[in-house]
Write a protein that binds this ligand. Structure first.
Ligand SMILES: Cc1cc2nc3c(=O)[nH]c(=O)nc-3n(C[C@H](O)[C@H](O)[C@H](O)COP(=O)(O)OP(=O)(O)OC[C@H]3O[C@@H](n4cnc5c(N)ncnc54)[C@H](O)[C@@H]3O)c2cc1C
Length: 456
């Protein structure tokens, strides 16, 4: 059997590509190959044991719906942030595709209210040298997001799209100009076209594919920092009005840019496992019964390397690995009060904390892991944020580390995102997106190009 299109990865990019293709051209033979589990079988044990048991592949990052399946399902409804798709295809077209992405979510059952930017909060932040980046946004929630995506997957299956889970694509070989062999750990498949939608976990896969096929790649910047957890009343006003305060700050000491983002109201801190290295992240449920008393968010400092070093992912992975070494195989947790007094957090100091952690991490000292410059940036940002949300710099605010956002390398691409004839690369794995809506939008865009037979 030769498929018309094989999509590697059942994340947002892959699923939205498949949707657009089958909706517009029902006769297409499409297969999605995913290395993780079916959505219903995905389970992160952190929610029950509070501790990562290092599943392979990680259930937060892999499986049907990809990283979206373990996410907070905040959907950003403009190109204001969440990736760089607008740099390639323009703001208006990106906005149109995001609208289409949102219409599809609504078609499969989403009715979440949209939160709009709030001028008064923006002004308050500006008065304290903080820039509140705003976009219309929905908090769909981990639980509700899964229901919507399950409806979408059922629709795809009904329409004849095949989804093979727990199959890891090992390599792709070109047999002829429009015939590829996709080798997995279990079967080999043939297809006329391939869409690589492998997400951030597939970074190495993309790198290997590019090396094998002589495709030039560009490295991206990296963001490094911590996840902060504190009692939810501290950011309640922002959460109620806009759900996600995404705030940028320029530090006074180094004039570096930091950002507070990925805010999870009354949520959970979780670990994500990328190729065996644990870093932090967070999410929140919609169901009132599953909410906690804490909110969490990331504070990250951006790093742009210049010549001769061009492997930022290796840099961040090494730092994350160091936190796992000191944390005895786990991520670290430290009270802000301990950090600024220059001492580690111990079990007994943590036991006295009035903020009860939602993740079991190893009490320790983040200053032994993060470079001084990054640590200084984070501390300065916490004090700056404290001016608009007093309580942020309380001694019992908890810092988990490290949190790292290393965006995949960017393969050189055509304007159709075709990195080699009949091979497309989309979503976070292309290094161009970093959000559900942009990954989905890019998936729809590439499907349209394929349907229009718009090749290089
Ligand atoms: C904990 C967490 C919370 C997040 N919260 C939000 C949020 O609230 N809002 C938001 O906009 N974004 C959020 N994000 C980011 C968002 O999830 C991603 O930007 C989005 O999922 C990217 O979609 P994608 O399809 O490009 O890749 P992914 O969703 O990562 O999907 C890629 C899929 O490809 C599979 N794959 C990789 N390699 C192979 C292979 N060789 N063979 C077979 N399958 C393979 C992977 O298993 C994975 O399932 C969050 C991410 C995490 C981890």
């Amino acid at each position: 059997m030769v498929y018309d299109v094989i999509i590697v990865g059942a994340g947002m990019g892959g699923l939205f590509s498949a949707f657009e293709l089958i909706e517009k051209e029902p006769s297409l033979k499409i297969k999605i190959i995913e290395k993780g589990k079916k959505l219903d079988d995905r389970k992160c044990f952190v929610s029950s044991t509070k501790q990562c048991i290092r599943c392979n592949p990680c259930s937060i990052m892999s499986g049907e719906v990809g990283a979206g399946g373990g996410s907070d399902f905040k959907t950003i409804l403009s190109p204001s942030y969440g990736g760089w798709l607008q740099d390639y295809i323009g703001w208006d077209q990106t906005q149109e595709l995001i609208n289409q992405f949102n219409d599809i979510l609504e078609r499969f059952g989403d009715q979440t209210e949209i939160k709009y930017p709030d001028e008064e909060l923006q002004q308050r932040c500006l008065r304290h040298n903080l820039r509140l980046v705003s976009s219309p946004l929905k908090h769909i929630g981990t639980d509700h997001g899964r229901i919507i995506m399950k409806n979408m997957i059922d629709f795809l299956l009904e329409k004849g799209v095949e989804i093979d889970t727990e199959k890891d694509v090992q390599s792709i070989s070109k047999l002829q100009e429009n015939l590829f062999e996709i080798e997995t750990n279990k079967t080999n498949e043939n297809s006329r076209m391939v869409i690589l939608a492998v997400g951030r976990v597939g970074n190495k896969f993309i790198e290997d594919f590019c090396v094998k096929n002589g495709i030039k790649v560009h490295s991206n910047h990296v963001d490094l920092g911590v996840r902060v957890e504190l009692p939810s009343p501290i950011w309640k006003e922002f959460e109620d009005k806009i759900y996600e305060p995404k705030i940028q700050y320029r530090t006074k000491t180094y004039e570096d840019t930091t950002r507070m983002f990925c805010h999870n109201s009354r949520g959970y801190v979780v670990t994500e496992n990328t190729n065996g290295i644990l870093t932090t992240n967070g999410h929140a449920y919609k169901d009132e019964k599953l909410k906690t008393n804490n909110s969490n968010f990331a504070i990250l400092s951006s790093i742009h390397f210049t010549e001769p070093f061009d492997n930022p992912i290796e840099y961040v992975s090494s730092i994350a690995k160091l936190s796992n070494i000191i944390g005895n195989g786990n991520v670290l947790i430290q009270r802000f009060g301990d950090l600024i007094r220059g001492r580690r957090t111990t079990d007994s100091r943590l036991a006295m904390s009035t903020t009860i952690p939602t993740l079991k991490a190893t009490p320790g000292d983040l200053s032994l892991v993060l470079p001084k410059r990054i640590m200084d940036n984070i501390i300065e940002t916490i004090y700056a944020l404290n001016q608009v949300a007093p309580g942020t710099s309380n001694d019992d605010s908890l810092l988990y580390g490290v949190e790292a956002k290393y965006y995949s390398i960017r393969p050189e691409t055509s304007e159709n995102f075709e990195i080699s004839k009949n091979v497309y690369c989309i979503g976070d794995g292309s290094g161009i997106t970093r959000s559900l809506s942009q990954a989905g939008a890019m998936g729809i865009y590439v499907a349209k190009k394929i349907l229009n037979n718009d090749h290089e």
